[in-house]
Design a protein around this ligand. Structure first.
Ligand code: ADP
Length: 472
């Protein structure tokens, strides 16, 4: 099978979150299963672009409303990622450092999708599957079926993976002329609540739709940021496939970012050495448990609850602990977290940035990883933490519910709570501190979770089954 993944992000080329990790790993594992998997993404101006060699494979042009654009497709020369990687360049639109958050994102991602479709339309053969990821690429199934210029591609199977249904790419109907001439009887496929909603359109038009965990798909049936009735209507083509983690990148035995490599055999010593480095760097006392948080500082991750919860835990807890936060996001949350540095100096530190290396060091050196998420489509952090012997402390939601079992249950290995509230977080921090004091139990929990196989092998096969379930 030849599968084309179309995505805004791909690790290690450009990453904002879990989407990049998935698109950087799934194709590699699909290749290992004997398929041809390729990735097409925008040519963001990241380090990866400048540090690697590229060849131009296509030059073309397209119109977007009254505007005309030239585009170039380049390919990474050495198959460095384990699959063919293509990047689309459009002068003035995709030649930026950041992936998102520009005022013209609607135009940028529309242009990206137009370039990809235009390029595919020039191929001499057809791929078997076009696999689009999130709203930035979700108009492609519509374009293939209902734009006259691309009708000859309409037989290609399409799959939409939803990594996050909160963001839907809404745009006003004024922008409909951006699409190449299309069958206007089909306007209802683009529309949701009087706006063009690319995610909703993808759900309606793709042959199959999946989310990145079964638990999240169940939740979307009643909480989908306005799309609940659509998910219910389309439920027969919707499924949940749990993300895996890339064992080639996330392996404490080989990870080049961490100070001391370790495995299940010497986890206690390995974690102690990595923890010591973190404690030295941030002025913590190694004898206290180290609780970490890594992620976007936004409402979905319940980051707004962290300042109050951590504060209360410090004030109420009879036992001491350390807390290290890595993330960036909402200004008010960043500010509140930064202010706590002074009051809890020696026990608390926040690092407001995106830092891949530090994140690996934290997974390796932390004792507990806190994830109080309100919404968590899959969550990769808890799986990375488990692989690095760090106990996840999670709210039972979406993929967290699917991947973490409370250590109070039979064969359990994490700490789970029900509500994204300050009370539940404080209580769970208390449970983490208690577990830390029980060295034998902690050791047992670490061994159980490090023994769990969360690699992509199983999930990559499930995607192949999903493609095969579409008959054209
Ligand atoms: P989401 O995609 O919703 O942000 P996921 O749990 O699916 O959440 O994936 C988050 C990914 O981004 C993980 O690889 C995590 O380590 C990484 N990450 C998030 N914030 C940061 C940060 N500030 N620095 C480094 N890595 C981060």
């Amino acid at each position: 099978m030849e599968i084309i993944h179309v995505s805004a992000e791909c690790y290690p080329v450009a990453k904002a979150g879990g989407l990049a990790d998935v698109v950087g790993a799934l194709p590699k594992y699909q290749q290992q299963l004997g398929h041809i998997a390729k990735v097409v993404m925008p040519m963001h101006r990241t380090k990866f672009l400048y540090n690697n060699e590229w060849e131009t494979v296509h030059k073309g042009n397209f119109s977007m409303g009254a505007m005309n654009f030239d585009f170039t497709i380049i390919k990474e020369k050495t198959n460095k990622l384990g699959f063919d990687l293509y990047c689309v360049d459009i002068y003035g639109l995709l030649d930026r450092e950041k992936i998102y958050s520009y005022d013209d994102d609607a135009e940028r991602f529309m242009a990206f999708q137009l370039s990809v479709t235009e390029w595919l339309s020039k191929w001499e053969h057809r791929p078997d599957v076009i696999h689009v990821h999130d709203h930035h690429t979700a108009l492609i199934p519509f374009m293939l079926q209902h734009c006259y210029a691309y009708k000859h591609l309409s037989g290609i199977r399409t799959v939409l993976t939803i990594h996050n249904a909160q963001y839907q790419g809404w745009m006003s109907w004024d922008k409909s002329p951006y699409l190449p001439a299309w069958d206007t009887w089909k306007w209802g496929l683009l529309d949701w609540d009087n706006t063009i909603n690319p995610l909703a359109c993808g759900i309606k038009c793709a042959d199959k739709v999946n989310t990145v965990s079964p638990g999240y798909m169940e939740e979307l049936m009643y909480a989908a940021n306005g799309l609940e009735s659509l998910f219910n209507y389309e439920k027969d083509k919707c499924t949940g496939i749990l993300n895996g983690i890339d064992y080639a990148v996330w392996d404490p035995e080989w990870d080049t970012y961490i100070l001391d490599n370790f495995s299940l055999k010497d986890v206690k010593k390995g974690k102690a050495l990595n923890k010591k480095k973190l404690c030295d760097d941030f002025g913590f006392d190694i004898k206290y448990p180290l609780i970490i948080f890594i992620g976007r500082l936004v409402g979905e991750k319940a980051a707004d609850l962290l300042p109050e919860a951590i504060q209360q835990a410090f004030e109420n807890s009879e036992s001491k602990f350390n807390c290290l936060i890595l993330g960036s996001g909402e200004t008010a949350v960043e500010k509140a977290l930064e202010e706590m540095k002074f009051r809890w100096f020696g026990y608390y530190h926040s690092q407001i940035e995106y830092n891949e290396k530090l994140s690996h060091q934290m997974y390796a050196g932390g004792d507990f990883l806190l994830m109080p998420s309100r919404v968590e489509p899959c969550g990769l952090n808890q799986m990375y933490a488990m692989r690095y012997g760090t106990v996840p402390v999670v709210r039972r939601t979406g993929g967290l519910k699917d991947t973490v079992k409370d250590y109070g249950e039979k064969d359990g290995y994490g700490i789970c709570f029900n509500n994204a509230t300050v009370e539940d977080i404080v209580y769970s921090i208390g449970r983490a501190i208690e577990l830390f004091k029980n060295a034998k139990k902690l050791d047992e929990v670490r061994h159980t979770m490090m023994g769990i196989n969360n690699s992509w092998e199983t999930s990559a096969g499930k995607y192949i089954d999903l493609y095969n379930s579409i008959y054209k």
